[in-house]
Design a protein around this ligand. Structure first.
Ligand SMILES: [Zn+2]
Length: 185
């Protein structure tokens, strides 16, 4: 009887404590996920790829959840509540279809004089998207800005500015002397 009572007490304690332990474990897992560099708990399920992998081995990744990072380039094309963003990594570029609010996180877009924001995209790759003219694309489930972009100063354009200032000064100087010489003549 005494042993049974002890057993019952033990079971009662375990059932009372288990949910608390479970909550702690889940909370711990979530905070670890937040602390990961990608900052996204979803990335665990996705296969990390380079953009070239999608082109080169597209059938392998078709319909799969992938994760990749790269520079947001070109223009954001808004389509109602969605948007298209082109993402470029060292191997290639791909069009990413996403909810409007994901695209609004992007502050810098890469072009000749700007380095675009570096973004990490988690989404589903389609070799031939039935919603978008059968083109290859990625439908984003999350977008994280990893690094902010910036304006790029090209040395050549600074040289050109200096050169044009020097030429303008030379022209002014020559003009002055021409005017003076004419006046003296
Ligand atoms: Zn699509």
């Amino acid at each position: 009887m005494r042993v049974r009572w002890k057993l019952a007490k033990f079971i009662l304690t375990v059932t009372a404590v288990l949910p608390v332990v479970f909550v702690f474990l889940v909370a711990g897992a979530l905070s670890r996920a937040d602390a990961s560099p990608s900052g996204n708990a979803l990335s665990g399920e996705a296969v990390r790829v380079k953009i070239q992998d999608l082109a080169g081995r597209s059938s392998e990744y078709n319909g799969r959840k992938v994760v990749f990072s790269g520079e947001a380039i070109g223009d954001i094309m808004y389509r109602g509540q969605h948007a298209w963003v082109n993402v470029l990594d060292s191997t290639g570029a791909i069009g990413v279809f996403m909810p409007r609010e994901f695209a609004q996180k992007i502050q810098h877009l890469g072009d000749y004089s700007h380095k675009g924001d570096t973004v990490e995209v988690i989404g589903v790759f389609s070799i031939s998207c039935p919603l978008h003219n059968g083109d290859p694309d990625v439908h984003a489930e999350s977008l994280t800005v990893l690094e902010s972009g910036k304006t790029i100063l090209h040395p050549i354009s600074r040289e050109r500015v200096i050169l044009s200032v020097v030429l303008a000064m030379a022209a002014g100087y020559l003009g002055y002397w021409a005017w003076k010489a004419k006046k003296l003549a």
